[in-house]
Design a protein around this ligand. Sequence first.
Ligand SMILES: [Zn+2]
Length: 206
Amino acid sequence: MILAACGDAAPTSPEPDEGGAIQLEVRFHLLQSSVLDALDVTLTDAEVGELVQSLNEIWAQAGVVWQIEQIVREPALNPDVFREVLNDRTGSRTSLVAAVLPDENLRPDIWNVFLVRDFGGVVGGVYLPSRVVVSAELDPEGNRDLSGGTARILAHELGHSLGLGHVPCTAAGNLMAAGCPRGTRTLLEPGQIQIARQQAKKGHPF
Ligand SMILES: [Zn+2]
Protein backbone atom coordinates (compact mmCIF):
# COMPACT_ATOMS: atom_id res chain seq x y z
CA MET A 1 0.00 0.00 0.00
CA ILE A 2 1.40 3.36 -0.99
CA LEU A 3 0.43 6.14 1.39
CA ALA A 4 2.49 8.88 -0.17
CA ALA A 5 4.91 9.28 -3.01
CA CYS A 6 7.68 11.80 -3.43
CA GLY A 7 6.46 14.64 -5.58
CA ASP A 8 2.87 14.26 -4.52
CA ALA A 9 3.15 16.55 -1.53
CA ALA A 10 1.65 19.99 -1.85
CA PRO A 11 4.34 22.66 -2.17
CA THR A 12 4.99 24.43 1.10
CA SER A 13 5.01 28.20 1.21
CA PRO A 14 7.49 30.16 3.30
CA GLU A 15 4.90 32.88 3.85
CA PRO A 16 2.48 32.14 6.67
CA ASP A 17 -1.02 32.29 5.25
CA GLU A 18 -3.89 30.77 7.13
CA GLY A 19 -5.57 30.24 3.77
CA GLY A 20 -8.99 31.48 4.75
CA ALA A 21 -11.31 33.58 2.60
CA ILE A 22 -10.47 37.26 2.37
CA GLN A 23 -13.49 39.48 1.82
CA LEU A 24 -13.01 42.74 -0.04
CA GLU A 25 -15.65 45.45 -0.36
CA VAL A 26 -16.28 47.07 -3.72
CA ARG A 27 -18.29 50.12 -4.55
CA PHE A 28 -19.67 49.91 -8.10
CA HIS A 29 -20.05 53.16 -10.00
CA LEU A 30 -22.30 52.68 -13.05
CA LEU A 31 -21.68 55.57 -15.42
CA GLN A 32 -24.64 57.16 -17.17
CA SER A 33 -24.69 59.39 -20.21
CA SER A 34 -27.45 60.84 -22.35
CA VAL A 35 -25.03 61.88 -25.11
CA LEU A 36 -22.72 58.86 -25.56
CA ASP A 37 -24.04 55.28 -25.53
CA ALA A 38 -20.56 53.89 -24.80
CA LEU A 39 -20.76 55.65 -21.42
CA ASP A 40 -24.34 54.67 -20.62
CA VAL A 41 -24.41 51.49 -18.54
CA THR A 42 -27.68 49.55 -18.65
CA LEU A 43 -26.99 46.94 -15.94
CA THR A 44 -29.64 46.50 -13.24
CA ASP A 45 -28.62 45.95 -9.63
CA ALA A 46 -29.53 42.26 -10.02
CA GLU A 47 -27.26 42.02 -13.06
CA VAL A 48 -24.38 43.58 -11.11
CA GLY A 49 -25.03 40.81 -8.57
CA GLU A 50 -24.78 38.20 -11.35
CA LEU A 51 -21.55 39.75 -12.56
CA VAL A 52 -20.04 39.64 -9.06
CA GLN A 53 -21.13 36.02 -8.64
CA SER A 54 -19.19 35.10 -11.80
CA LEU A 55 -16.27 37.24 -10.65
CA ASN A 56 -16.19 35.33 -7.38
CA GLU A 57 -16.23 31.99 -9.19
CA ILE A 58 -12.97 33.05 -10.85
CA TRP A 59 -11.37 34.48 -7.67
CA ALA A 60 -12.40 31.53 -5.48
CA GLN A 61 -9.13 29.78 -6.45
CA ALA A 62 -7.30 32.51 -4.47
CA GLY A 63 -9.78 32.61 -1.59
CA VAL A 64 -10.68 36.20 -2.41
CA VAL A 65 -14.35 37.14 -2.14
CA TRP A 66 -15.57 40.42 -3.62
CA GLN A 67 -18.57 41.97 -1.91
CA ILE A 68 -20.78 44.74 -3.24
CA GLU A 69 -20.62 47.62 -0.76
CA GLN A 70 -22.97 49.80 -2.80
CA ILE A 71 -24.05 50.40 -6.38
CA VAL A 72 -24.17 54.04 -7.41
CA ARG A 73 -25.21 55.46 -10.75
CA GLU A 74 -23.60 58.74 -11.67
CA PRO A 75 -23.22 60.91 -14.76
CA ALA A 76 -20.00 60.42 -16.72
CA LEU A 77 -17.86 63.52 -17.18
CA ASN A 78 -16.20 64.74 -20.39
CA PRO A 79 -17.76 62.43 -22.99
CA ASP A 80 -15.54 64.03 -25.63
CA VAL A 81 -12.47 62.70 -23.85
CA PHE A 82 -13.98 59.22 -23.92
CA ARG A 83 -14.55 59.59 -27.68
CA GLU A 84 -10.83 60.34 -27.95
CA VAL A 85 -10.01 57.17 -26.02
CA LEU A 86 -12.26 55.12 -28.33
CA ASN A 87 -10.88 56.69 -31.49
CA ASP A 88 -7.25 55.87 -30.68
CA ARG A 89 -7.12 52.25 -31.78
CA THR A 90 -3.62 51.81 -30.34
CA GLY A 91 -5.05 51.98 -26.84
CA SER A 92 -2.25 54.32 -25.82
CA ARG A 93 -4.61 57.00 -24.57
CA THR A 94 -6.56 54.82 -22.17
CA SER A 95 -5.27 56.62 -19.07
CA LEU A 96 -7.32 59.61 -20.28
CA VAL A 97 -10.34 57.67 -19.08
CA ALA A 98 -9.67 59.15 -15.62
CA ALA A 99 -11.17 62.41 -16.90
CA VAL A 100 -14.50 60.66 -17.38
CA LEU A 101 -14.86 59.49 -13.77
CA PRO A 102 -16.65 61.60 -11.18
CA ASP A 103 -14.92 61.41 -7.82
CA GLU A 104 -17.56 62.65 -5.40
CA ASN A 105 -18.72 59.15 -4.49
CA LEU A 106 -15.28 57.52 -4.28
CA ARG A 107 -14.62 55.45 -1.16
CA PRO A 108 -10.81 55.69 -0.88
CA ASP A 109 -10.67 53.03 1.85
CA ILE A 110 -12.12 50.20 -0.28
CA TRP A 111 -12.16 49.10 -3.93
CA ASN A 112 -13.95 51.25 -6.50
CA VAL A 113 -15.04 49.80 -9.85
CA PHE A 114 -16.32 52.15 -12.53
CA LEU A 115 -18.28 50.58 -15.35
CA VAL A 116 -18.62 52.08 -18.79
CA ARG A 117 -20.85 50.42 -21.35
CA ASP A 118 -18.32 49.80 -24.10
CA PHE A 119 -14.60 50.28 -24.66
CA GLY A 120 -15.22 49.56 -28.34
CA GLY A 121 -12.66 46.75 -28.41
CA VAL A 122 -9.79 49.19 -27.81
CA VAL A 123 -9.08 47.62 -24.42
CA GLY A 124 -10.92 45.27 -22.09
CA GLY A 125 -10.57 47.53 -19.10
CA VAL A 126 -8.15 49.86 -17.38
CA TYR A 127 -6.57 49.90 -13.93
CA LEU A 128 -5.60 53.34 -12.67
CA PRO A 129 -3.05 52.41 -10.00
CA SER A 130 -3.93 52.98 -6.36
CA ARG A 131 -7.21 54.37 -7.48
CA VAL A 132 -9.87 52.59 -9.45
CA VAL A 133 -10.69 49.80 -11.84
CA VAL A 134 -12.55 50.74 -14.99
CA SER A 135 -14.27 47.90 -16.80
CA ALA A 136 -17.07 47.60 -19.31
CA GLU A 137 -20.53 46.12 -19.59
CA LEU A 138 -19.63 44.77 -23.04
CA ASP A 139 -16.57 42.56 -23.48
CA PRO A 140 -13.98 43.36 -26.20
CA GLU A 141 -15.94 41.28 -28.73
CA GLY A 142 -19.00 43.42 -28.02
CA ASN A 143 -20.86 40.73 -26.08
CA ARG A 144 -22.82 41.45 -22.94
CA ASP A 145 -21.77 38.21 -21.28
CA LEU A 146 -22.09 38.68 -17.51
CA SER A 147 -20.96 35.13 -16.72
CA GLY A 148 -18.26 35.11 -19.43
CA GLY A 149 -16.17 37.81 -21.05
CA THR A 150 -17.57 40.72 -19.04
CA ALA A 151 -16.77 39.00 -15.72
CA ARG A 152 -13.37 37.78 -16.92
CA ILE A 153 -12.21 41.28 -17.91
CA LEU A 154 -13.32 42.67 -14.56
CA ALA A 155 -11.57 39.79 -12.76
CA HIS A 156 -8.39 40.58 -14.74
CA GLU A 157 -8.45 44.30 -13.89
CA LEU A 158 -9.02 43.48 -10.21
CA GLY A 159 -5.96 41.23 -10.53
CA HIS A 160 -3.92 44.34 -11.39
CA SER A 161 -5.38 46.02 -8.30
CA LEU A 162 -4.01 43.11 -6.26
CA GLY A 163 -0.49 43.64 -7.60
CA LEU A 164 -0.49 41.23 -10.55
CA GLY A 165 1.13 42.11 -13.87
CA HIS A 166 0.65 40.51 -17.27
CA VAL A 167 1.93 37.02 -18.07
CA PRO A 168 2.40 35.33 -21.47
CA CYS A 169 -0.41 33.58 -23.27
CA THR A 170 -0.41 29.84 -22.62
CA ALA A 171 -2.74 26.99 -23.49
CA ALA A 172 -3.77 26.77 -19.83
CA GLY A 173 -5.20 30.29 -20.06
CA ASN A 174 -3.95 32.54 -17.26
CA LEU A 175 -6.28 35.27 -15.96
CA MET A 176 -3.48 37.83 -16.28
CA ALA A 177 -2.52 36.97 -19.89
CA ALA A 178 -3.47 39.80 -22.23
CA GLY A 179 -3.87 40.07 -25.97
CA CYS A 180 -4.09 36.32 -26.52
CA PRO A 181 -6.15 34.50 -29.13
CA ARG A 182 -9.70 33.89 -28.03
CA GLY A 183 -10.36 31.44 -25.25
CA THR A 184 -11.21 31.20 -21.60
CA ARG A 185 -8.45 32.60 -19.43
CA THR A 186 -9.22 32.33 -15.74
CA LEU A 187 -6.37 30.42 -14.07
CA LEU A 188 -3.97 31.81 -11.48
CA GLU A 189 -0.64 30.19 -10.60
CA PRO A 190 0.26 29.60 -6.92
CA GLY A 191 2.80 32.46 -7.01
CA GLN A 192 0.18 34.86 -8.32
CA ILE A 193 -2.28 33.75 -5.65
CA GLN A 194 0.33 34.46 -2.99
CA ILE A 195 0.96 38.00 -4.30
CA ALA A 196 -2.75 38.73 -4.63
CA ARG A 197 -3.54 37.48 -1.13
CA GLN A 198 -0.74 39.54 0.38
CA GLN A 199 -2.20 42.69 -1.20
CA ALA A 200 -5.76 41.70 -0.32
CA LYS A 201 -4.80 41.37 3.34
CA LYS A 202 -3.62 44.99 3.27
CA GLY A 203 -7.23 45.86 2.52
CA HIS A 204 -6.56 48.41 -0.22
CA PRO A 205 -5.66 48.33 -3.94
CA PHE A 206 -2.03 48.03 -5.06
ZN1 LIG B 1 -4.21 43.93 -17.99
